[in-house]
Design a protein around this ligand. Structure first.
Ligand code: 6CS
Length: 314
C-alpha cells in the first residue's frame, strides 16, 4: 500500500511529527506493507487540503475544524471560547471519549466523506498582538486574523474586534505589514512560525484549546480489508499519548524561547481571573448564536458535549 498523509504544518511542528510517527508505526505493524508519504503544509491553502482529502486525492490528513466551518457547520463548536476546562489532560480525555464528538460529530463529517479517527489538542490557545490585549476594550476594532470558520469570526466580534479570515501561510507578512494586528494559536506554533518576531505582546488567555483531527477519506477506509483497518485504528490509539506529550513538551519549551528572546522581545501578559471572566461573559452568548444559526443537531451535540465536560470535572 502506498498512501499520502497531508498536514497543515511544517516538519518539526506537532501535526507533521504526528503524521511521521503514525507512518512509522503503521509501517512496522504491517511489516513494511504500508508506506505512507507525509506532506508538509505549503503547496495549497488549508481549505483546499480539506477538499483534496474529500476527493480521495490523499488518503489521510490532519485537519483543523477551523477550516471546515462552512461545510460541517456543527464542527464549528470548537470555535466556542471557554467551552473546555483549564486542565489540558482532562480536555484530552474528553476529546478521546466524548460520544458527542466521536459518534455524533463524526457522523456529520462522514456525510462529507471525511472520517475523523481522533480529536486531539495541540495546546491551549493564546493571543498575540501589536498592542496589549488584556480587556475587551483592547479588542475594539482590533484586526484579528482567524481561520475560516464563521463562528471563529463571530467569537471575536463578540469582543468588539474586526476579524479577518486568512490562511496561515500569509500570516507572518500580514502581521508585519499591519494588514492584521493579532492572532490566536498555541505557544509552540507562535514560536515556530516566528509570529512573536512581528508581535510585541502575547497574552496567556487560554480562551480555547486548539483541536486537530486525524482524518481519513471515508470511502477509502471502508474499502480496506478489516485487518488493515484494525492496524490503522490501533495506530490511532497508540498515537493519543504520543501527541499529548509532544504538544505539552513543545508548548513548554517554546514558551521559554519566546520569553528569552532578546532580539525580538515579547511582553507576556498574564490575565487575572477577573480579566479572564470579562471575556468569558462575552463568549457564553455565542453558544446560543451557534445553536440558532446551525440548528437542532448542533444543539444536541453541543449540549451533550457540555454535559460530558461537566461530568468529567466531578
Ligand atoms: O493558525 C493556523 O491556521 C495554523 N495553526 C496551527 C497550530 N496549525 C495549523 C494551522 O493551519
Amino acid at each position: 500500500y502506498d498512501w499520502n498523509f497531508i498536514t497543515e504544518e511544517y516538519e518539526g511542528q506537532v501535526q507533521y511529527e504526528y503524521a511521521a510517527k503514525f507512518a512509522e508505526i503503521l509501517k512496522e505493524k504491517s511489516d513494511g506493507r504500508i508506506n505512507i508519504e507525509v506532506h508538509e503544509y505549503g503547496v495549497m491553502s488549508e481549505d483546499s487540503q480539506v477538499t483534496l482529502l474529500q476527493s480521495g486525492g490523499v488518503e489521510f490528513a490532519i485537519i483543523s475544524p477551523g477550516f471546515t466551518g462552512t461545510m460541517v457547520r456543527e464542527g464549528q463548536l470548537f470555535a466556542l471560547h471557554f467551552l473546555f476546562t483549564d486542565d489540558m489532560e482532562l480536555n484530552q480525555q474528553i476529546l478521546n471519549t466524548s460520544e458527542a464528538l466521536n459518534v455524533h460529530l463524526t457522523e456529520k463529517y462522514e456525510s462529507f466523506n471525511i472520517t475523523p479517527l481522533a480529536y486531539w489538542t495541540e495546546g491551549a490557545m493564546q493571543w498575540t498582538g501589536n498592542s496589549e490585549l488584556r480587556t475587551p476594550e483592547d479588542f475594539q476594532g482590533f484586526k484579528m486574523r482567524t481561520q475560516s470558520s464563521p463562528l471563529i469570526l463571530r467569537s471575536y466580534e463578540a469582543y468588539g474586534a474586526s476579524p479577518t479570515e486568512m490562511s496561515w501561510g500569509e500570516l507572518y507578512t500580514s502581521l508585519q505589514l499591519g494588514v492584521v494586528e493579532g492572532q490566536e494559536n498555541p505557544i509552540f506554533f507562535i514560536e515556530d512560525a516566528k509570529f512573536h518576531e512581528v508581535q510585541d505582546y502575547m497574552t496567556i488567555s487560554e480562551h480555547n484549546i486548539y483541536v486537530a483531527m486525524t482524518t481519513v477519506n471515508t470511502q477509502f477506509f471502508n474499502g480496506l480489508p478489516t485487518d488493515i483497518q484494525d492496524m490503522i485504528l490501533e495506530t490511532v490509539e497508540e498515537m493519543r499519548p504520543v501527541a499529548y506529550e509532544m504538544q505539552e513538551r513543545m508548548n513548554n519549551e517554546l514558551l521559554d524561547a519566546i520569553i528569552n528572546n532578546d532580539t525580538h522581545p515579547t511582553e507576556v501578559i498574564e490575565l487575572t481571573p477577573e480579566e479572564r471572566e470579562a471575556f468569558r461573559e462575552l463568549a457564553i452568548p455565542v453558544r446560543d448564536f451557534f445553536i440558532e444559526d446551525v440548528g437542532e443537531d448542533a444543539e444536541k451535540i453541543l449540549n451533550l458535549l457540555i454535559e460530558e465536560i461537566e461530568a468529567a470535572q466531578n
